[in-house]
Each structure stands twice: as structure tokens, then as C-alpha cells.
Design a protein around this ligand. Structure first.
Ligand code: GLA
Length: 383
């Protein structure tokens, strides 16, 4: 039993007065490549982390939703969260849990009252999907507790409904799909239009490689306007081209030449080139040529910095320093405006590279970063 499982079990029993009916875990994620492509019906390729949300839960006889966060030492109780309720019955951390119960009920699933005790070790606001980890753990718990027969992709979609309409962040499916569907030692290649998913092996250690995740500790928030603004500009570009989404573009150069608005050109160019980079990464992954992914990471970062304009000075300095210190490639990961970078490195080199970044940060007067080496892990499951 992990220590997080022990903790949520013990605290649940103390809080509720009897043992939980089970404990569920769902991971945070790193997106290897394919940024802001998901809501443009494009391609993404994340993998799940060993860090995640651990949730003890049990059914109640009534309709109440009771939630306790051990990390914040706060509890929230909602009496009526019926399908006819308006969203936003609660905000903050509890919205990620309550939102899933709401989304399941809204979709007609017979989800009754529930008690949930949460502990998560995914850093918040770091671009590692701390919110999706919570949502997907709650979906997994509800499916087991209320005997719901919901396929994995549908679970991810319901978790996204909670994020979009209850929490109010206009995100795509990337995070919830990763937290639900990823497999150990693999990346998840997802076509966000067809929703076809493929596990692509990521045997890092076998190939003498590691991936470093470095948190710049510049927090971000997707409820903020920048994310929604990028999304709106992509949609406007698609409309100007007379298509539903940028995914429908078949000839990128021709499409870009037809756009008059310079901002739309830049935003669309990022999406179109990023989709191609994901496809290139999938080929490298399928061929087991992981080392060569480095070049694609570098190109993706340049595109996010220059065309999509979602990087910030801390992130750019971290990527630049990682590269100069020997990384095979590096890029920001996640929604942007702060958060984490990933760097593909020779095995055993990650720590040294991170220390060089820390030195560069100190010289620039930035916060001290934190870092860890990833273990590509399995998606949501019962413990
Ligand atoms: C956030 C969103 C995702 C995705 C990424 C950018 O993580 O939640 O849906 O859009 O940003 O790739």
C-alpha cells in the first residue's frame, strides 16, 4: 500500500466513521508534444506521471456530496447537486470533484450521494494536469461505486465536461484522456478528431535516456483569459478559411497564404506545424528512434515561443540552459505562461542539467526551480 493510500484510508475512516469502499488513483501528465492542438481537433502525445491524485470514497444513502482535501485541510458539503442545478455550485478545489458528479448525473448516470477524501502530489499550476488527475480519479471511483459501465474514452470526455462547464476552463481533451488512458512505459498518441488512441512505447531507460521535468514555479491558470484568447483566434482563423477547425487544412502553406490577419497566421502556423511534429514523433516512437525526438521538442518550443506566444522568460531561459547544458532537446509542456519544461537527456544527466538551470535562474533573479525525472506510468485505476 502506498503511503498516500494509507493516508486517505485512515482519514476517511476518521472523518466518516467507517472504512471507505475503495481507493482510486489517477495521474498527472506530461505532454511530450502537441500543444494547443487538442481543441483544434489535432494530434497530441502525452504520457502519465507517477504523481497523481489518490481518492478514498464511499456511497451515501442520500444525495449529498461531501469532500475533504487533506492537502488544504478543508471540507465542502453540497446538499443538492441535482441535474437541474446550475453549474458553479462550488468553486476552487472542490469544483473538480463536484463537477464530475454533476457531469455524470447530467449525462443520466445514476450517481447518488458520495463521500470523498483527496490527497494529491501533482504540483498545482505547473502544467502537469493536477485538475485532470482529480477529475479522473473521481470518475473512476463513481464508475465502480455506482456500477456504471462507461468506456475509458467516455470517462475522459465526462471529466472534460466537468472542467469545461462546471469549473469553467475551456480546455481540450488532452489532460483527461492522458490521465485515463495512458499505459506504463508508453506515450498516448491521440487523434482528437476521431478519438482514435494508440499506445506508443517509450522505453527510455532501455535506450539510455531520461526525461527531466523542471518546474519553473511560475504559476499559470487556464481560467485566465490568455488560453481562451488563443482558442478564439484559432477558431477565427478556421472561420476565415471557411472550415470548421484547423485540422481540416490539407495544404498548410496555401491555407496560411489565404489569411489576412497576421496574428491568425502566426497562431494557425503553430497549430499546423505542431500537428505535423506530432505525426513525426509518432513515427520516431514506433521505430524506436527516441533520441531523435529532441529535434522535434526544440522546434515545438520555438513555435510556441515565436508563433503561439505562450512562453515566458523563465520558461525560455530554462529551455535554453537545458539545451546548452547537454539536453538532446527541450520544450515547455502544458498550456503555457509558466509551468514546466521537459528535457530529453542521456540517462543520468538530468540532475546535472537541472542544477545548471537553477544556477541560471539564481543569476537572473528568478525563483529556485524544482525538478524530477519522469517514470511514464499507467492511467486511472483502483488501488
Ligand atoms: C491545457 C489544457 C489542454 C491543452 C493544453 C495545451 O493543459 O487543459 O486541454 O489544450 O493546455 O496543449
Amino acid at each position: 500500500m502506498t503511503s498516500a493510500e494509507q493516508l486517505v484510508r485512515r482519514e476517511f475512516t476518521q472523518w466518516v466513521g467507517h472504512d471507505p469502499q475503495g481507493v482510486w488513483f489517477a495521474p498527472g501528465r506530461v505532454n511530450l508534444i502537441g500543444e494547443h492542438t487538442d481543441y483544434n481537433d489535432g494530434f497530441v502525445m502525452p504520457f502519465a506521471l507517477a504523481l497523481g491524485a489518490t481518492l478514498a470514497a464511499g456511497r451515501r444513502e442520500d444525495e449529498q456530496v461531501r469532500m475533504l482535501s487533506l492537502d488544504l485541510n478543508e471540507s465542502v458539503e453540497l446538499g443538492a447537486l441535482r441535474p437541474y442545478d446550475q453549474p458553479m455550485a462550488t468553486t476552487g478545489w472542490s469544483a473538480y470533484l463536484a463537477g464530475v458528479v454533476w457531469a455524470l448525473r447530467q449525462a443520466g448516470h445514476p450517481v447518488g450521494g458520495i463521500e470523498m477524501v483527496l490527497s494529491s502530489d501533482v504540483p498545482i499550476g505547473a502544467g502537469l494536469s493536477s485538475s485532470a488527475a482529480i477529475e479522473c480519479a473521481v470518475v473512476a471511483a463513481c464508475c465502480d461505486l455506482f456500477e456504471l459501465d462507461i468506456a475509458p474514452m467516455e470517462r475522459a470526455k465526462l471529466a472534460r465536461v466537468a472542467e469545461n462547464y462546471f469549473v469553467g476552463a475551456p480546455t481540450g481533451l488532452l489532460d483527461q484522456a492522458a490521465s485515463t488512458l495512458c499505459e506504463a512505459d508508453a506515450m498516448l498518441f491521440l487523434d482528437c478528431r476521431s478519438l482514435e488512441a494508440e499506445s506508443v512505447p517509450l522505453p527510455l531507460a532501455e535506450q539510455g535516456l531520461e526525461i527531466l521535468v523542471l518546474d519553473t514555479r511560475t504559476p499559470h491558470s487556464h481560467v485566465d483569459g490568455e488560453y481562451a484568447e488563443r482558442r478564439a483566434t484559432c477558431e477565427a482563423a478556421a472561420k476565415a478559411l471557411g472550415i470548421g477547425t484547423l485540422r481540416e487544412v490539407t495544404d498548410p502553406d496555401e491555407a496560411l497564404s489565404r489569411l489576412d490577419d497576421e496574428l491568425q497566421v502566426k497562431r494557425a502556423r503553430h497549430i499546423l506545424t505542431e500537428n505535423q511534429r506530432v505525426l513525426d514523433a509518432v513515427e520516431l516512437g514506433r521505430d524506436g528512434r527516441l533520441r531523435e525526438l529532441g529535434r522535434l521538442l526544440d522546434e515545438s518550443h520555438a513555435s510556441m515561443r515565436d508563433d503561439f506566444e505562450i512562453t515566458v522568460p523563465t520558461v525560455d531561459l530554462a529551455v535554453e540552459t537545458a539545451r546548452q547544458s547537454g539536453a538532446l532537446g527541450a520544450r515547455m509542456t502544458g498550456g503555457g505562461f509558466g509551468g514546466c519544461i521537459i528535457a530529453l537527456c542521456e540517462q543520468g544527466k538530468g540532475d546535472g542539467i537541472a542544477k545548471q538551470v537553477a544556477t541560471a535562474f539564481a543569476e537572473a533573479g528568478f525563483h529556485e526551480p524544482s525538478w524530477f525525472s519522469v517514470v511514464p506510468s499507467a492511467g486511472a485505476h483502483r488501488l
